[in-house]
Design a protein around this ligand. Structure first.
Ligand SMILES: *[C@@H]1O[C@H](CO)[C@@H](O)[C@H](O)[C@H]1NC(C)=O
Ligand SMILES: *[C@@H]1O[C@H](CO)[C@@H](O)[C@H](O)[C@H]1NC(C)=O
Length: 173
């Protein structure tokens, strides 16, 4: 029960603060090579109207430097299908998507979790946010709770403090 309250508090904090986060791909929501893949972000909390989309890899033999796959992407679109031509990259692990300032691509607004591009013909992840174009808030919470346990664990002490402070305030009042 307490955990449920803490998760709700953490979700509330996340929804209120203005931030841009990549919600797909993630460490357990891969892309498939030479196929149409979904890029999704937190458009409702984005402080930026637009950004450049780049693809990077930690292995220099795959990508020496990040490559732009969309020059200007409007934030209000919430998600975008990345076409075969845009993501014509070899199947590998270690990829990240970067959302950056269109005027200065080293000014990175948001970095995705490290994700894999699987070989052509691989199945898509079972729960893809591609299937819920309007449910941005509902699609973002399973991926954040499911994949970034470390980040959630970092939230809990702060959330616990807030909830306890609120509870204490209610008792005193
Ligand atoms: C991108 O957003 C900036 C800041 O909000 C705005 O000044 C600029 O005109 C936008 N660029 C495009 C191409 O929409
Ligand atoms: C581009 O952004 C980076 C990182 O924010 C910054 O250090 C650099 O000075 C910027 N370059 C220009 C030309 O504004």
């Amino acid at each position: 029960m307490l955990v449920r309250i803490l998760v709700a508090a953490a979700a509330l904090v996340g929804a209120v603060s203005a931030q841009l986060t990549v919600t797909n791909p993630t460490s357990d929501s891969w892309w498939v090579a030479q196929s149409a893949n979904t890029l999704a972000w937190t458009c409702n909390t984005s402080p930026y109207n637009n950004f450049t989309v780049l693809l990077a890899n930690s292995n220099p033999s795959i990508l020496v430097q990040p490559i732009a796959i969309i020059a200007i992407q409007e934030s209000y679109d919430c998600s975008k299908t990345i076409t075969q031509q845009q993501s014509a990259q070899p199947a590998a692990t270690g990829y990240t998507v970067l959302l950056a300032n269109p005027l200065n691509s080293t000014d990175v607004y948001a970095t995705s979790e490290t994700f894999e591009i699987k070989a052509l013909g691989s199945s898509y992840p079972a729960t893809s946010s591609a299937s819920s174009p309007s449910g941005t808030s509902s699609s973002s919470s399973p991926s954040s709770t499911g994949s970034s346990g470390g980040a959630l664990a970092q939230y809990i002490p702060a959330g616990a403090g807030m909830v306890l402070a609120l509870a204490a305030g209610l008792v005193v009042a």
